[in-house]
Design a protein around this ligand. Sequence first.
Ligand code: ADP
Ligand code: MG
Length: 370
Amino acid sequence: MPNLYEGAGILTNVKLDHVSKYFDKVIGVENIDVEIRSGEFFTFLGPSGCGKTTTLRMIAGFYYPTSGRIFFGDQDVTYLPPNKRNIGMVFQNYALFPHLTVFENVAFGLQVRKKSKQEIREKVERALKMVHLDGYGNRRIDQLSGGQQQRVALARALVIEPQILLLDEPLSNLDAKLREETRVEIKRLQLELGITTIYVTHDQAEAMAMSDRIMVMKNGVVQQVGTPEEIYNRPNNQFVASFIGESNLLEGTVEEMDDRLVKVRISPELVLSGWKENAAPGVQLKKGEKTTVSIRPESIREASSSEQGEENVVRGQVTLSEFTGVSVNYLTRVGEHQLKSMFVNRGFRVYQRGEELTISIPKESVYFLG
Ligand SMILES: Nc1ncnc2c1ncn2[C@@H]1O[C@H](COP(=O)(O)OP(=O)(O)O)[C@@H](O)[C@H]1O
Ligand SMILES: [Mg+2]
């Protein structure tokens, strides 16, 4: 869809240079230091209260940082008011004017900017086409579904041809099916327009599916910045490992170690070996010291009878058996631990609660979290 969007010509990177925000003594966010690239789809991900909205509002200019600076390209925008920033913003609750038509809602930002009637008409029509709402201009907002309303909000944000698009939990108020559709729609638009986009969500699946890179936050502090694969496969710490996807987190003591392999005793019944290099940044493994290993449920498989007694092969009792169609999910009790596993359904035999199951945990999938 070329020539629909002139703003895409002015691509902008966004830099947060050691940004902190305090509300009196409450920490909003602390020492955020990150650069969002031109044209990137970048997501702030974390539980409620971790500082996502606070960070977005500083980028939009609704809050000023307590310390640190914010740059759009080379321009220091730290204390620039929102209307001088050329950003488009979409909120969770749409924030549309219910008594105005779709056209009037989308036109609002252009009217504020004192554009001519003809320019407004052209640009609004173009923006409505972008979000597949051409022909809806005369409808009232309350005649639209939630998904359509959110697309009006998107058109309203894009009509001013912003350099940067900011979206704060835009799908939260939609039901599951609409959420999926609107997610695809937002991603399609972002790819077509190439606009630098910062997206806020607490939904890890949404973040994984949409983002070029993700910034994981907790209690106002950045935990990790990386691509979805990096964050999933090489989490920085236990919080990231358990917040994104599922993980077996097992505490144990390093029993043996050489240059390549580390053997950890989790319990009398459970000893696991893994590659030493397969560790989060900064983790120092030492013989006799405690460590936590993380194992993804989908990396565990059923062991064959010839593997019995081998390293990382353990036998236990099934305490939960859940057939979902796509997969079979098990909890298997080994000593005091319950190991979560997920086998993709390829027509294998399904074990029932109470049966014995022998599982194999590949060395490659043992990840040391410190
Ligand atoms: N205007 C405000 N006044 C006081 N505290 C605030 C304000 N806005 C946010 N906070 C606090 O800052 C922290 C981060 O909030 P917020 O950025 O809204 O989190 P999120 O968007 O990730 O749910 C929370 O502890 C919240 O209570
Ligand atoms: Mg929020």
